[in-house]
Each structure stands twice: as structure tokens, then as C-alpha cells.
Design a protein around this ligand. Structure first.
Ligand code: HEC
Ligand code: HEC
Ligand code: HEC
Ligand code: HEC
Ligand code: HEC
Length: 501
């Protein structure tokens, strides 16, 4: 199919979406290379080859023949299912229907199926497709596949209208040359070219920064968040935590060192069958984050392993602490639960900060074990009660109305995600019955990819029960003065001190 951005532009203008015209005609200058046309606006994606075909990119199975380790990891990853993911497909269909004119097909598809967009093979028909009405062809169905990352030859981040990487600002050169991090790679199957960008966080930032194309609001900005962290200051990039096992990533965060500088990291091996030498570090390709639902749901090979590693990743992210203070002499206490983002290289949670649910489930029991206070208990309907402390951003549209539709988000009215190595408190008050000789506090930090309302809306009522992952639990017992029992260190605040104020 021929590119006809003017036609799309015309239609879009007709329906009142003038912006599409602007994006589809943007010219791009890159050093030493001829000017590229960005033909897929509002996505920033571009190719050095005119009218590329799906066959210009190879199937991951071919790569897997020699790169078994990378293939195994990738197969279970969210990157392998970024097009098929039913939650994405359903949301994508809502976006396309709401905005119209194909703009959202290109914007969302530019990251979730880059090959589909570059080859104009994505079709939308609400009656078709397994999951949401979108179809594409061949390797384009395999989302962010090997060649999507390893035929990326450059980036237009420097000239991006958003002042940095985002909305898939990668430039592709499909073909037999594979771009990667090795300076001296020799392959019997393909040419290789050293690519500095593959070793940088900016590489990931091309897709892990999402801007609203009209109001330019950074809807998701994991890369921009990372830039402000101690990790970035110490040269620790996304790859250092997400392309190594979780146990290694823990050490990266705790020792503030890159994997290659960790003692006995044990990540060496052969990077591809037929390689001349072993490499001191070969990267995992599971790209494990927090999602433990979709890979097992779609039954992909390696999905269960991915789920287990995602749960482990979530359980590595945070630490909890508890502070109790009697606020009067009649048995009223203030309880503060401190949540520290110990090992995530960005806000906790990141990306879909208005959709992900990280919350505190807190209970207080008296000396007899009777519950005297509870907050954040998941109900029988898998929903959280009012008043639950949730670490998230509250998103609104241009009129200030609450919305979780990504294409409508124009701002955040409340920012309650936790910065890296920083912390936030959940604060509560409860009353202890006079008879009790003390109390026990249990605080749990939990994670859900989305709430049950959104899952029901996107996938159908009760089609999926969203699982809750326990990230961390802390239990401590206190005497009536609010001092920890069993020798745990805790600043002591006596009621008398409070009374004097
Ligand atoms: C999301 C992007 C992405 C995808 C998808 C991806 N890779 Fe990679 N790959 C990278 C990056 C980035 C590096 C370099 C990591 C570094 O050096 O910091 C890399 C490194 C490599 C290397 C060099 C050796 C090593 O492991 O460090 C090989 C070989 C490789 N990838 C093959 C593959 C194959 C085969 C697939 C598909 C099964 C694949 N990659 C999918 C991003 C990707
Ligand atoms: C710049 C690249 C980019 C664009 C553009 C983009 N996405 Fe995404 N999307 C991502 C990334 C990266 C993630 C993973 C974030 C995470 O899981 O934390 C994601 C995750 C999602 C998810 C969550 C899937 C799940 O199972 O949890 C949904 C839903 C989604 N995107 C919908 C959309 C829609 C709809 C659009 C267009 C309006 C869109 N995305 C545009 C990169 C993009
Ligand atoms: C016949 C075996 C074979 C096949 C098939 C194969 N590769 Fe390779 N590849 C190798 C070998 C060998 C190396 C060099 C490893 C080394 O030097 O340590 C390599 C190196 C690489 C590198 C590193 C390049 C660099 O400079 O950093 C990437 C990336 C890569 N391959 C990607 C792919 C992708 C993507 C596919 C599928 C489209 C693929 N390979 C198919 C054998 C193969
Ligand atoms: C071509 C675009 C693209 C590039 C480049 C890319 N990603 Fe992604 N990534 C995505 C999309 C799209 C998803 C979401 C898939 C979904 O949820 O449906 C995703 C998902 C992920 C997830 C899983 C999130 C979760 O909720 O579990 C992690 C982790 C991740 N990417 C890390 C990386 C890292 C690290 C890099 C750089 C080495 C990178 N990505 C490069 C597009 C990209
Ligand atoms: C110091 C280690 C570390 C670094 C560096 C790091 N991450 Fe993460 N990342 C984590 C941990 C731990 C989690 C799980 C907790 C969470 O969801 O935030 C995570 C989660 C994620 C998720 C899933 C978020 C969700 O809940 O949907 C994505 C996507 C992601 N990271 C992408 C990136 C990208 C892109 C970069 C670089 C710009 C990066 N990460 C840098 C440790 C790291």
C-alpha cells in the first residue's frame, strides 16, 4: 500500500483532528544521512528504507536457532506479546474509536508493533482480530521482536518535538546487518555493526517515554524519571537491571554498581552459536517488569517463568518500616507506614502510573489477636475499599475531569508515586481497647497491574480476576506505650511528651 499521509491528514481535518497533518509531514535531519520523512505521525518512527515490507525483518525463530538464550528470554517477555496483549488491544480499539482517522492506530502501534506501522499492514475492523479488532501480518504480530531492536540504526531523539526520546523515535534500517553492543562480533549468518545506542538508557527511552501528541503531556515517562535518579548519576542504565536476573539487579541497586563491575556476577557465556569466544557478560532478554498476568494468560512459551521472575522483581523493589505514636492517653495511636523505593530505577510504580495499583493493606490486632483496625483489604469482589493508601498519580483530561484513557490524559492532579531511594508514608489513626496489653501491626505492600473495574471494562466482566502480588510484609508488636516488643529498634514516643505540647 502506498503512503498517503495527505489523505489521512485531510480526513482527520474533516473530522476535526488537525494535528495529524502536522506530524505526517515532519522532515528529519540526521548526521551525514539523507533527510528522512516521518510518514507515520503522530508516531515518531522512521525507516531509512522507502516502503519497507514485512519480509524485510526476520522472524525471531530464525535468530533463536543460534541465539537460544536470548530467544528463550524474549519468548516469555512482554515485548514478544506487545501487539497481541488483549488489554492493550482493547484499549487501542477504544482509542481508535474515540479519536478516529487512524491517528491512534499509528501512535500506539508505532511502539506496540513497529513493523506493522512501518509497513502499513495494521488493519482495524472491530469485527475482526482475536483481541480487539487489530490485525497485522507475519513477524509484525510478534511485537517488539529481535529485529525491531537489532535493526534500529539510529534515533531522532535529538530533533524530537518532545525534547528527547519518545513515541518511538527510533530509525530503522531493515536488512542483514544486526546492530548491537559488541565491537568485534562475527556471525556466520549476518553482518554485525557496533551500536553505542544499544548500551544506553536512551535506547529504551525511545519507547518508554510516551507523550500526548497534541498537548505534549508526558503520559508515561520512565526514561525521564530515570534521568533524575542516583542510578543515572552512577552510570546505571535500564539494561543493567532489566537485562540481568533479578538477583543481580538487587545487587546493582544495593552496591550502586553496574553488573560488569560486580564481583562474581556469573553472567558470562556464548553470545551466539558459532562465536569465536565466550563473552564476560551475556544479557538476559526477558525484560522482566511487574506484569505477571498477560504472558501466562496467552499461554506463551516461557510465560510461567516470566511470571515467577516478575513476582520476584516486584518483591525486590521496596522496603517497609513502621512508626507508632500514642496521640493521647485514651488509647488513640498514630501509625505511619514508611514505604521506600529501594531498588526500582524510576518511580514506584512507573509508566502507567495512573493505572497500576501499589497499595498498603494494614491491620492492627489487639493482644488477644482481635482485629481492631484494617485499611486496604481487598474485598470479595476483588476491589479496594475507599480510603486505601495507593501510590499512584491521579490523571485528568483537558477539562480537569478524572480519566484513565491514555489518549485523554492532559495532566496529573496528584502525584503519589515513590521516587528511587526515596519514600512516602501511609498515615493512619486507630484506637486500642483499654483492656489490651499491647498490639500487633501487619503492613503489606501489594501490586495489581490494573484494578478489577478496568479489567472488566476491557476484557469483559469477570473474564480475568486480576491477581494481587504481595511485594513486602512487615509485622511488629508494640506495648501500650507504642514501644516495640521483642527488641526491634524503634524511636519511642511517650504519651507524656505529646501531652506537654
Ligand atoms: C527491546 C529491545 C531488544 C529486543 C527485543 C532484543 N534485544 Fe538483543 N539486545 C538488546 C540490547 C539493548 C542489547 C545490549 C545490552 C547491553 O550491552 O547493554 C542486546 C544484546 C544482544 C546480543 C549481544 C550479546 C548479549 O546478549 O549481550 C545479542 C546476540 C542479541 N541481543 C540478540 C537478540 C535476539 C536473538 C533477540 C530476539 C530473540 C533479541 N536480541 C531481542 C535489545 C533487544
Ligand atoms: C512510546 C511508545 C508507546 C506508545 C506510543 C504507546 N504505548 Fe502502550 N505501552 C508502552 C510501553 C513501554 C508499555 C509498558 C509499560 C509498563 O508495562 O509499565 C505500554 C503498556 C501499555 C498497556 C498496558 C498493557 C498491560 O497488559 O498492562 C496498555 C493498555 C497500553 N500500553 C495502551 C496503549 C494505547 C491505547 C496507546 C495509544 C493511545 C499506547 N499504549 C501507546 C509503549 C507505548
Ligand atoms: C547461524 C547463527 C546465527 C543466526 C541464525 C543469527 N545469529 Fe546473530 N550472531 C551469531 C554469532 C556467532 C554472533 C557473534 C557473537 C559473538 O561474537 O560473541 C552474532 C551476533 C549477533 C549480535 C551482536 C551484534 C553486535 O555487534 O553487537 C546481534 C545483535 C545478533 N547477532 C542478532 C541476531 C538476530 C536479530 C538474528 C535473527 C534475525 C540473528 N542474530 C541470527 C550467530 C547467528
Ligand atoms: C520499540 C519499542 C520498545 C523498545 C525499544 C523497548 N521497549 Fe520495553 N516495551 C515496549 C512495549 C510496547 C511494552 C509493553 C507491552 C505490553 O504491555 O503489552 C514494553 C514492555 C517492557 C517491560 C515490561 C513491563 C511490565 O509491565 O512488565 C519492560 C521491563 C521493558 N519493556 C523494558 C525495556 C528496556 C529495558 C528496554 C531497552 C533495552 C526496552 N524495554 C526497549 C516497547 C519497547
Ligand atoms: C536499579 C534497577 C532498575 C533500573 C536502573 C531500571 N529499572 Fe525498571 N524496574 C525495576 C524494578 C525493581 C521494577 C519493579 C517495580 C516497579 O514496577 O516499578 C521495575 C519495573 C519496570 C517496569 C514495569 C512497571 C510497571 O509496574 O508496569 C518497566 C516498564 C521498567 N521498569 C522499565 C525501565 C526502563 C525503561 C528503565 C530505564 C529508563 C528502567 N526500568 C530502569 C528496576 C530498575
Amino acid at each position: 500500500m502506498k503512503n498517503r499521509p495527505w489523505l489521512i491528514g485531510l480526513l482527520a481535518t474533516f473530522f476535526g483532528i488537525a494535528s495529524t497533518v502536522m506530524y505526517s509531514t515532519q522532515a528529519l535531519e540526521t548526521e551525514g544521512k539523507p533527510a528522512l520523512q516521518k510518514l507515520h505521525g503522530p508516531s515518531e518512527i522512521a525507516s531509512t528504507k522507502a516502503h519497507p515490507k514485512v519480509e524485510d525483518w526476520e522472524d525471531p525463530e530464525v535468530c533463536g536457532g543460534c541465539h537460544e538464550r536470548q530467544y528463550k528470554g524474549w519468548q516469555g517477555s512482554m515485548h514478544s506479546i506487545s501487539f497481541k496483549d488483549p488489554v492493550f488491544q482493547a484499549e487501542w480499539a477504544l482509542a481508535e474509536k474515540a479519536v478516529g482517522g487512524g491517528a491512534m492506530t499509528k501512535l500506539c502501534g508505532g511502539c506496540h508493533t513497529p513493523i506493522g506501522i512501518l509497513t502499513n499492514t495494521v488493519k482495524f475492523d472491530p469485527k475482526l482480530g482475536k483481541h480487539g479488532g487489530f490485525t497485522t501480518e507475519g513477524v509484525a504480530e510478534k511485537g517488539v521482536s529481535c529485529d525491531v531492536c537489532h535493526t534500529a540504526s539510529g534515533s531522532s531523539a535529538k530533533t524530537s518535538p518532545y525534547g528527547g526520546p519518545g513515541n518511538n523515535s527510533l530509525i530503522y534500517t531493515p536488512g542483514t546487518t544486526k546492530f548491537g553492543p559488541l565491537k568485534d562480533a562475527k556471525s556466520p549468518y549476518h553482518e554485525t555493526q557496533f551500536s553505542d545506542q544499544h548500551t544506553k538508557a536512551e535506547f529504551c527511552g525511545n519507547c518508554h517515554n510516551i507523550f500526548h501528541p497534541d498537548n505534549k503531556f508526558p503520559i508515561e515517562h520512565t526514561y525521564d524519571e530515570w534521568k533524575q535518579t542516583p542510578y543515572a548519576q552512577n552510570g546505571i542504565v535500564c539494561q543493567d537491571c532489566h537485562m540481568v536476573p533479578v538477583d543481580t539487579a538487587r545487587r546493582v541497586a544495593d552496591e550502586m554498581k553496574r553488573p560488569k563491575d560486580l564481583k562474581d556476577h556469573g553472567l558470562g557465556g556464548i553470545a551466539g552459536a558459532g562465536a569465536e569466544n565466550e563473552r564476560s557478560l551475556v544479557h538476559d532478554h526477558g525484560f522482566v517488569g511487574g506484569n505477571s498476568i498477560i504472558a501466562p494468560l496467552l499461554g506463551v512459551e516461557g510465560g510461567e517463568e516470566h511470571k515467577a521472575e516478575a513476582i520476584k522483581r516486584l518483591q525486590s523493589a521496596a522496603e517497609l518500616d513502621l512508626f507508632v505514636k500514642p496521640i493521647d492517653a485514651t488509647g488513640t495511636y498514630e501509625l505511619k507506614v514508611k514505604v521506600t523505593n529501594q531498588r526500582a530505577g524510576h518511580q514506584l510504580p512507573t509508566s502507567l502510573t495512573f493505572i497500576r495499583q501499589i497499595w498498603l493493606d494494614v491491620s492492627v490486632t489487639d493482644a488477644q489477636g482481635k482485629v481492631v483496625f484494617r485499611s486496604g483489604e481487598l474485598g470479595a469482589n476483588n476491589r479496594l475499599p475507599e480510603g486505601t493508601v495507593i501510590f499512584r498519580n491521579n490523571s485528568v483530561d483537558k477539562d480537569g475531569k478524572n480519566t484513565v484513557n491514555p489518549w485523554e490524559v492532559a495532566g496529573f492532579t496528584e502525584i503519589n508515586t515513590i521516587p528511587p531511594k526515596g519514600f512516602r508514608y501511609g498515615t493512619y489513626a486507630f484506637r486500642l481497647p483499654a483492656y489490651s496489653a499491647g498490639f500487633t501491626v501487619t503492613a503489606k505492600l501489594n501490586y495489581m497491574s490494573y484494578d478489577q473495574y478496568l479489567a472488566d471494562k476491557l476484557l469483559g466482566k469477570d473474564a480475568v480476576k486480576v491477581p494481587a502480588v504481595n511485594m513486602k510484609t512487615l509485622t511488629r508488636s508494640f506495648d501500650p506505650q507504642g514501644r516495640t516488643v521483642a527488641g526491634l529498634s524503634q524511636p519511642i514516643q511517650r504519651p507524656a511528651q505529646v501531652a506537654r505540647r
